[in-house]
Design a protein around this ligand. Structure first.
Ligand code: E4P
Length: 217
């Protein structure tokens, strides 16, 4: 499973990238707003660091303006994936951009039928939001399993990009289901390294190091 990092925080991207943990980056208007930076400038900076797909989201709601925005975003770098919402206008924009050879990430997906439409429209990635479904007591991971089954039934190339990930368990579940990509905030990716028994075990070892005066250097 590929790891995308869901942030526009340059330092966080650099830190994870240095460890080989970043196969791509996703941003959205809220993350760009949080960065306090110009969308074109910060997206370019991310593309200079990461060679994998970098999602940049359109902000228009109508297809014509979305397409113009998408074409402008695509010019930032060859690894841009234009992010469009799962609306009818978003699907129209997806079809045109993908026919032009631009990667498209269709976002704000909350149902298997929406994912099916995105695949038919030539999406490179479909982004189902598991955390926001869990927030309203609908099992987000069940949706990932349904999309996996549908895409495999018909051999769609669209990659399932699990989004709105909130916990390390979401990462494990996405990997077990066979999602192609998971995008997560830096803290969730770093949190995957934590285990209470690792901490407890290390405390025990350190106590014995001190008691026995073990030295290596
Ligand atoms: C990624 O593409 C999404 O924009 C992101 O994962 C949304 O996460 P949130 O539901 O925590 O805002």
């Amino acid at each position: 499973m590929k790891f995308f990092v869901d942030t526009a925080d340059i330092d966080a991207i650099k830190e994870l990238h240095a460890l080989g943990m970043v196969d791509g980056v996703t941003t959205n208007p809220s993350l760009i707003a949080k960065s306090g930076r110009d969308i074109l400038e910060v997206t370019k900076e991310i593309c200079d660091i990461v060679s994998g797909p970098v999602s940049a989201e359109v902000v228009a709601l109508d297809a014509e303006t979305m397409l113009a925005e998408g074409r402008k975003l695509a010019k930032i770098a060859p690894n841009i994936a234009v992010k469009v919402p799962l609306t009818w206008a978003g699907l129209q924009t997806c079809k045109t951009l993908s026919d032009e050879g631009t990667m498209v990430n269709v976002t704000l997906c909350f149902s298997a039928n929406q994912a099916l439409l995105a695949a038919k429209a030539g999406a490179t990635f479909i982004s189902p939001f598991v955390g926001r479904l869990d927030d309203i007591n609908i099992d987000g991971m069940e949706l990932i399993g349904d999309i996996r089954t549908i895409y495999d039934n018909y051999g769609f190339d669209t990659q399932i990009l699990v989004a709105s990930i909130r916990t390390a368990n979401h990462m494990k579940d996405a990997a077990l289901i066979g999602a192609d990509v998971a995008t997560a905030p830096p803290a969730v990716i770093k949190g995957m390294a934590s285990h209470i028994l690792t901490d407890k075990g290390l405390d025990g070892f350190m106590a014995d190091v001190k008691k026995a005066g073990i030295k290596i250097l």
